[in-house]
Design a protein around this ligand. Structure first.
Ligand code: WQD
Length: 351
């Protein structure tokens, strides 16, 4: 499915491109005719993902349409090397630490890596006169919202953890950058809850250690790696008492980035979009749907709430549709089926 065929052949720098969302986006960029440079320090992903991207996109090892640079957004030397060696049209910036709980334990590492790293990237972009960037933001910047679904112009309440605050602060940095120089083209994409995997089962969510997020924990229960799921509270003000979120298939999310490139080409300045389905599903909805679709029982226990969790969070996705023509196509059943297909093919994660 070719979305921006008239603008492909451009080269996109994807930071964090071997990660969960990054890898799925790289696949779609290549399939849509873009050249891709990945910069990744492999702190939360594996080099094997590169070969899997090549398998999915039928690229051989030496094909210049996909280049990999191992390194860190805090390293100006490697960033300048990339911009010197490649004619970069724009950057899709995924690289960042993203574990909510861990961010409460080592906040300084999160502020240094995510914020200083992003400032570093922006400075090198400016020095190389590349002023097109799509930033991987998050619904976490909304904090607790009384009105649901959430629109982009909602008042941003304080995120409940340092990870979420880094996303919010980076949004402020990009807004100030645009105010200082409106020749920048910036798209902030606020992801809701990405789950699922590429239909090949070659790439997917591959967390280190005990999964923080719901779906990878469910698939590890399904494969027998975990005995049961702990449901973090059933006393929220929601239909069945468990937390409600807007789960979006990672392949829909990836497609949203290709649509957002179209906004960059159009020199629209700074845009902000929710990427979500507009539907809220509870934890028990996920468990029931996963069990039904995959015919697997998922034992669970209700435990106390997880600190920092909110009751309900789901998107009003209409702005992305009105301005980019983007809307989600994959269902919760697709998300559950594809997550399980990936876990079955990678019982111990990507090796
Ligand atoms: C979803 C629901 C939990 C695990 C966070 C970040 C967001 C993004 C995605 C990074 C909640 C419940 C979970 C478990 C459970 N971050 N749950 N048992 O917290 O909505 O969002 O991850 O990419 O920015 O804020 O996602 O998957 O952790 O939780 O009951 O073992 O599942 O309470 O209601 P969350 P999640």
């Amino acid at each position: 499915m070719n979305i921006n065929v008239n603008k492909s052949k451009e080269t996109i720098l994807v930071t964090g491109g071997t990660g969960f969302i990054g890898s799925h986006t790289v696949v779609l960029l290549i399939e849509n005719g873009y050249n891709v440079c990945i910069l990744d320090n492999l702190s939360n992903s594996k080099i094997q993902v590169l070969d899997r991207i090549r398998t999915i996109t039928n690229l051989d090892k030496n094909d210049e349409r996909l280049k990999f640079y191992k390194g860190d957004i805090l390293d100006k030397i490697i960033l300048n090397k990339i911009f010197k060696e490649n004619k970069i049209f724009g950057v899709i910036h995924f690289a960042g630490l993203k574990a909510v709980g861990e961010s409460c334990i080592i906040p300084l590492k999160y502020y240094d890596n995510n914020i200083s790293g992003t400032v570093n990237l922006l400075e090198v972009m400016k020095e190389n006169n590349v002023k097109n960037i799509i930033f991987s933001s998050s619904a976490t910047v909304y904090g607790e919202q009384s009105v649901q679904p959430i629109k982009e112009d909602a008042k941003l309440n304080e995120p409940t953890n340092p990870y979420g605050k880094t996303k919010l602060f980076i949004e402020y940095i990009l807004k100030d950058l645009y105010s200082s120089d409106n020749t920048w083209n910036i798209v902030l994409l606020r992801y809701f809850n990405p789950i699922g995997a590429h239909k090949s089962g070659l790439i997917g969510e591959d967390p280190n250690g005990i999964p923080n997020n719901l779906m990878p924990y469910v698939t590890q229960v399904a494969i027998g790696k975990r005995s049961h799921l702990n449901v973090f509270g059933n006393d929220y003000d929601t239909p069945d008492g468990t937390g409600v979120r807007d789960y979006i298939h990672v392949c829909d999310l990836a497609r949203g980035h290709v649509y957002a490139l179209g906004r960059l080409f159009g020199n629209h300045g700074l845009d902000i979009y929710n990427l979500g389905t507009g539907h809220g599903y509870s934890v028990l909805d996920i468990v029931k749907t996963f069990s039904k679709v995959n015919n697997i029982n998922i034992p669970y226990e209700i435990t106390s709430r997880r600190s920092g969790d909110i009751a309900t969070c789901y998107a009003d996705p209409s702005k992305a549709y009105q301005e980019m023509g983007f809307k989600c196509e994959l269902t919760l059943e697709d998300m559950c089926r594809d997550s399980w297909n990936y876990q079955k093919k990678n019982p111990n994660g990507i090796e």
